[in-house]
Design a protein around this ligand. Structure first.
Ligand SMILES: *Cc1c(COP(=O)(O)O)cnc(C)c1O
Length: 218
């Protein structure tokens, strides 16, 4: 049961940590079941599906976008996203900024960091992040809210810890270097299999799908 799974998670999660229920590939009915149990933060990773769900579901849901975003898909995502967790290139930052300036809005984003995981190439290299934040004023339509990362897909807990330690360290040094970026507060790490470890490394957002909704049918 979705509501039981949520209850167990909330029993264990420290109170300051935001749980984003990752509902990709799951039907509206599953999201509504979680909503009825009180869940308000949901995450999706495909623009079309994201937009379709956002327009049909209750308006007080806070939607996070967490997949690869192509610049020609911004219209599907930016009107509905309270946070874009997966900004992975300066080209995308430029495009989001143009959209935001034109729309007279600010778009809240996390920079996705490529940690560990050889199999995914998505995300900035850790040493690119400071350079972007140093130039934050170049993107007036963007609010830099923190970092997102995925640990290596492995059973090797030491490897997962090393990945989280790396992004945690980067997050702390960014906060120290750029105290003027007052919204730079979120560290989004941790999924169904590794969120407990992520909490130890200072996660402020965990993104959990399978442990709430069950396995996805692709
Ligand atoms: C699918 C996805 C998740 C959730 O993964 P689970 O293992 O099902 O919890 C978290 N973050 C991102 C970026 C995802 O694409």
């Amino acid at each position: 049961m979705i509501s039981d799974a949520l209850e167990r998670l909330y029993d264990e999660l420290p109170s300051g940590v935001k749980l984003v229920a990752v509902s990709k590939f799951h039907p509206l009915s599953a999201i509504l079941e979680a909503y009825a149990a009180g869940q308000r933060f949901f995450g999706e990773n495909r623009p079309q599906e994201f937009a379709a769900k956002a327009v049909q579901l209750p308006q007080d849901i806070e939607w996070h976008f967490l997949g690869h975003l192509q610049t020609n898909k911004l219209k599907l995502v930016l009107p509905y996203a309270s946070l874009v967790e997966s900004v992975d290139s300066t080209r995308l930052l430029d495009a989001i900024d143009s959209w935001a300036v034109q729309a007279g809005k600010k778009v809240r984003v996390l920079l996705e960091v490529h940690i560990g995981a050889e199999e995914t190439k998505q995300g900035f290299a850790p040493d690119e992040i400071q350079g972007i934040l140093a130039n934050a004023l170049k993107w007036p339509g963007i609010v830099f809210c923190g970092l997102m990362g995925m640990a290596s897909h492995t059973d090797d807990e030491e490897r997962i810890r090393a990945d989280f330690a790396c992004i945690r360290q980067l997050f702390s040094s960014c906060r120290d270097s750029f105290p003027g970026l007052g919204d730079f507060r979120e560290l989004s790490i941790g999924m169904s299999d590794d969120w407990r470890i992520a909490i130890e490394y200072g996660a402020t957002i965990v993104r959990i799908g399978t442990a709430i909704f069950g396995r996805r049918e692709y």
